[in-house]
Design a protein around this ligand. Structure first.
Ligand code: PAF
Length: 294
């Protein structure tokens, strides 16, 4: 595995690989890797000749009062995991190399970004779209794998790729969960043992929604109120949102009469966690997840 530190070196390397006719698979990350990231790497690995992973804690997607400085980092461990995952190139740039001091061009998605986490974290998706566009220009992937856990991010990246004609296929990677159902996230590390136990309420609420839907409840409000009640009863957990949105357009719905994304964001203590599931007709990955939940 070769570690690349500068954007120019990354781009030159990618151009050489393209000239040699290699299929480049890409998994962008912010590091502190866990099984969720490794599963995305496995998905990419199966479909490419050369696997590139980036580790970059992107400052532009953090708000002024968010956890940029505290965001967990452990490059040595990440490097070892990437070697084990048979990554070919690990792109690990410095923030000063990624953004010019007077950088003034941004990529902003204006529709899907206005709801859910976009409403709670102004500017977040502008930072994500900008850095992902830059990474695509540097890595020149044929395919890039993004996790379903960040469902809104995934839809926005798909939209960006469509609207700006990036020549890259976006592949969706299913959510990977701990054995008790908590979705894997680098931020789980912030949780105290007590908070860690309490955080399972997200998955339990999603499972309750699935059961109600399966029993024939297709109106959103009764399902949402059960979920709210379950989560509110758990100590130290505060709901940011529980939303039911069209799986593609992210528009709010009142009835589950199409594939609907049930998206949750909470704070457990001061840690923000998100989770989601899809109700209605579902993709293969979602079907398996729901089957496991029942
Ligand atoms: O999902 C993430 O880890 C980040 O938002 C991403 C896609 C690497 C962009 O910084």
């Amino acid at each position: 595995m070769q570690i690349i530190h500068t954007p120019l070196e990354m781009q030159e390397c990618a151009m050489g690989l393209k000239r040699a006719g290699k299929v480049i698979g890409f998994v962008p990350t912010m590091g502190f890797l866990h099984e969720g990231h490794l599963s995305l790497m496995r998905i990419a690995r199966e479909q490419c000749d050369v696997l590139v992973v980036s580790i970059f804690v992107n400052p532009t997607q953090f708000g002024p009062n968010e956890d940029l400085d505290a965001y967990p980092r452990d490059f040595k461990r990440d490097e070892a995991l990437c070697r084990e995952a048979k990554v070919d190139f690990l792109f690990y740039p410095e923030p000063t190399n990624m953004y010019a001091d007077n950088a003034s061009v941004w990529v902003e998605e204006e529709s899907l970004s206005s709801v859910l986490c976009g409403a709670s974290r102004p500017g977040h998706f502008r930072g994500v779209c900008t850095v992902v566009a830059k990474l695509f220009n540097l890595v020149q992937p044929d395919l890039a794998v993004f996790g379903e856990k960040d469902a809104q991010q995934l839809r926005i990246i798909e939209r960006m790729v469509r609207d700006l004609n990036f020549p890259v296929e976006i592949v969706r990677g299913p959510i990977v969960r701990e054995s008790d159902g908590l979705a894997m996230s680098s931020r789980n590390k912030y949780l105290s043992p007590e908070q860690r136990k309490n955080a399972i309420c997200l998955r339990k609420a999603l499972d309750a929604a699935t059961r109600m839907f399966r029993k024939g409840e297709h109106n959103v409000e009764p399902i949402r109120s059960v979920m709210e009640e379950m989560i509110s009863a758990v100590p130290e957990v505060r709901i940011d949102y529980i939303e039911f949105v069209d799986e593609q357009t992210l528009c709010m719905v009142n009835r589950i009469d199409r594939p609907v994304l049930v998206a949750i964001a909470v704070r457990v203590g001061s840690t923000r966690l998100i989770d989601n599931g899809v109700l209605g007709s579902m993709s293969g990955a979602h079907k398996v997840a729901v089957k496991n939940a029942l």
